[in-house]
Each structure stands twice: as structure tokens, then as C-alpha cells.
Design a protein around this ligand. Structure first.
Ligand SMILES: Nc1ncnc2c1ncn2[C@@H]1O[C@H](COP(=O)(O)OP(=O)(O)O)[C@@H](O)[C@H]1O
Ligand SMILES: [Mg+2]
Length: 378
């Protein structure tokens, strides 16, 4: 029997929990050609949400074609334009004859070289003269709008891990180019999402930045404990096992209702449960999960300075006044200026995140591991 919970891959509808409001909101905005920016820490469910919403839209409406581009491993502007052009053309039609036709129609200055994979069908690939693109990438950036108009479709361009553009040589100039072209698009629309909260917020919420007021900004929240609880109980039942509401709620709460970890932890608990789940099974499963991650966490600590580790200790102990005098002296954090530096470094390393005034661990298991197995011995 396949496992009843799913993590790390695209979650199909049967593994998808709640987010009804967000799905409708995204669908309505796309239908009204309003761009969307979606921000949350990693693995809370941005991709899953966009995937479900755009899938539902394109199924119900043949005019809507969705193009997913992940910037995760794109490090230069040059790579971006290439992947962008390839993906947009492929998303608009699966017929290679038509792909060639569109390419010829809309590239007047840039004249890309076309190549096709031998084995894989639909593997059109464009390459450009970078010196030319550098001067003016408009033909590439306007492809979604041009193709949408020509084919009477609506191309929805989804850009994942958008904060990665910070690796480009001139991120600000790049954003200006995107915005300068995309702001005139009426048929094509954009869903942009990313996980480095402070960076994403800076790009989309600062008045001085090119993407300010580009569209609706959504800060994705966690799925509530109540929804997780019902989902876990239902999945156990469907596979002829039992878990009480109370324990299901406890399960999700132990990993702070973090989407990815709830699904992973629930699988562990389910595997350890023969017929009925109990408290001991939950504890044992948590131990197993921590064992599984232990090497990774130990390595992670290697990259942190002593004061950074001390700061994490303070956080584990739920200290609220992190730059208060008492906390600073208790955890040997130096000065309050130092605390800000530590915080910034840990945010950059994606260990913690700041949400309003509260600082949280990005990975609830790392926090648990520090609490249970590290701080007690140190
Ligand atoms: N709405 C949801 N319902 C159930 N599980 C979810 C949901 N959203 C995310 N997840 C779980 O979290 C994992 C990571 O989600 P993902 O969409 O890739 O996050 P992000 O794009 O924010 O990094 C998924 O593989 C899935 O296990
Ligand atoms: Mg993601």
C-alpha cells in the first residue's frame, strides 16, 4: 500500500489540505489578469497552492495556459532569458511546428538559434546571442503577451523562488527591465513567489523598488491545527487505522503545523501504528525523525558561530526580549548591535525568519532537536 501522506513532491488534490480561500483568490485574480505575489517561508505550500489553483483554472478554461518556471538553479540573467523563452513557447503549444512558427513571428531582432532534442518530443530549445539580449531583452520578455494575443489565450507565467534574482549581477536593473515590459501586459499575467521573506518583501513592498504595486501580495499563513487534525484522522481511517483527534492535533502541533513536516511526521507515525495510535508511538516516531535529520543538524551547527548558537538557545528557551540586557548577559550575546547582526546572519542562512516582531525557526525539527538533544547536554 502506498503511504497515505505526501511530502516533497507535488501534492495532488487528495493530499491537499484547506487553502480554499487562497485557491479562489488566486483564481479570481488570474481571471481578472491581476498579477499575484506569494510570500512565505520554504515548504509552507506556495508551489502546491499555485499548482492546484492554476490546474483547476486551466482544466476549466482551455484558453488558460500555465507556464511554471523555477528560478531555484538559475544564477545569471542570461540563463533566465533562455529558460523563460523556452518555457513560454512550450507552454503555449505542444506542437513543434507551431513553436517554430511563433518563434519566427515574434523574434525580429534577436533571431534565436533553434534546436530540438532527439529523444524527447517537445524539447525545443532556443539560444540567443547574449550581447544582443543584453542590449534589449524586450522581445523575450514580451513573448507571453504577444503569444497570448496571437493565439487568443491567456498565458499565466508562474515564477518560483524569485528571490534568486539576487544572485544576478545587476538585480535592480533586471527588475526594472521586467517591470518596464510586463506592466503593459493585458492578456498575460504573472504569479511570482518566493521564500526569503525579507528579500521578497523588499522587492514587492518597498515604494522605491520596480515591482512595487505590481499586483496582489499574499503572505501565506500556515495551515491551521484544526485542518491538519481532521486530515490526519481521515487519512488513518481511510487506511483502516485509528488516531484520536487529540493525538492527531498533538502530532501536527509538535512540528508547529509546518506543511512539509506534518506530512512527513504523519507518515512516520502511520508506519509505526499497527491499528491504533497512542502517545508512545508518537514519541517514538519523533525520535526516529530526529535521528534521521541528526547528521544534517550537526553539520548545520558547524557553520554557526558560538554567539549564533547562543542566540538559538535563547530562542529555544522562548526568550522574548532577545536584545534585552538580561538575555544578552545570560546567553553571552555581546551588545545589542551584535544581536541584530546575529539575527541578520541567521536569516541569511535561512535558519530563522522574522515575522513582524517574532523570530521563528524555519525548521521546527531543528528547534526540537536543539531543545531535546543539544541544549540539555551543553
Ligand atoms: N495545502 C497543503 N496541504 C497539504 N500538504 C501541503 C500543502 N501545502 C504544502 N504541503 C506539504 O508541504 C510540502 C512543501 O510544499 P511546497 O508547496 O513545495 O512549499 P513551498 O513552495 O512553499 O516551498 C509539500 O510537498 C506537501 O507535503
Ligand atoms: Mg518551493
Amino acid at each position: 500500500m502506498s503511504l497515505p501522506f505526501k511530502f516533497g513532491k507535488v501534492v495532488e488534490k487528495r493530499f491537499f489540505v484547506n487553502r480554499h480561500f487562497e485557491i479562489d483568490f488566486i483564481k479570481q485574480n488570474i481571471l481578472s489578469q491581476i498579477n499575484i505575489t506569494l510570500i512565505s517561508p520554504r515548504r509552507w505550500g506556495k508551489y502546491s497552492l499555485v499548482h492546484i489553483a492554476t490546474n483547476e483554472l486551466s482544466k476549466a478554461n482551455k484558453q488558460i495556459k500555465v507556464c511554471h518556471i523555477d528560478l531555484f538553479n538559475i544564477r545569471t540573467e542570461e540563463e533566465f532569458y533562455k529558460i523563460f523563452a523556452d518555457s513560454v513557447i512550450k507552454a503555449s503549444t505542444t506542437k513543434w511546428e507551431e513553436q517554430i512558427k511563433l518563434t519566427k513571428l515574434f523574434f525580429k531582432k534577436l533571431i534565436p538559434k533553434l534546436s530540438f532534442g532527439v529523444e524527447e518530443s517537445n524539447s525545443l530549445s532556443l539560444s540567443f546571442d547574449w550581447e544582443e539580449v543584453k542590449k534589449d531583452p524586450s522581445e523575450i520578455l514580451n513573448l507571453p503577451e504577444q503569444i497570448s494575443k496571437k493565439k487568443k489565450i491567456q498565458l499565466v507565467i508562474c515564477l518560483d523562488e524569485f528571490q534568486n534574482i539576487s544572485h544576478f549581477k545587476y538585480p535592480l536593473a533586471f527588475q526594472k527591465k521586467l517591470r518596464a515590459n510586463w506592466q503593459y501586459h493585458q492578456k498575460a499575467s504573472y504569479v511570482i513567489y518566493g521564500s526569503k521573506q525579507h528579500m521578497m518583501t523588499h522587492i514587492f513592498e518597498s515604494k522605491s523598488m520596480p515591482f512595487y504595486k505590481f499586483g496582489e501580495v499574499i503572505f501565506l499563513l500556515k495551515i491551521s491545527n484544526d485542518h491538519w487534525k481532521k486530515y490526519i484522522v481521515r487519512k488513518f481511517k481511510a487506511t483502516k487505522k485509528t488516531i484520536s483527534s487529540k493525538l492527531a492535533s498533538k502530532l501536527a502541533q509538535l512540528v508547529e503545523n509546518h506543511s512539509y513536516f506534518v506530512q512527513q511526521f504523519a507518515n512516520m507515525v502511520w508506519l509505526n501504528t499497527e491499528t491504533t495510535c497512542n502517545k508512545e508511538i508518537i514519541e517514538k516516531s519523533l525520535d526516529q525523525l530526529l535521528n534521521q535529520y541528526e547528521i544534517l543538524f550537526i553539520k548545520e551547527l558547524d557553520y554557526l558561530s558560538n554567539t549564533q548558537v547562543n542566540f538559538l538557545k535563547a530562542l529555544c528557551n522562548d526568550e522574548t526580549q532577545l536584545s534585552g540586557k538580561k538575555t544578552i548577559s545570560k546567553y553571552k550575546l555581546g551588545t545589542s548591535g551584535n544581536v541584530s547582526k546575529i539575527k541578520k546572519a541567521l536569516i541569511d542562512k535561512e535558519i530563522i525568519d522574522q515575522q513582524g516582531k517574532t523570530v521563528i525557526f524555519q525548521d521546527p525539527l531543528f528547534r526540537l532537536w536543539l531543545k531535546k538533544r543539544y541544549i540539555t547536554n551543553n
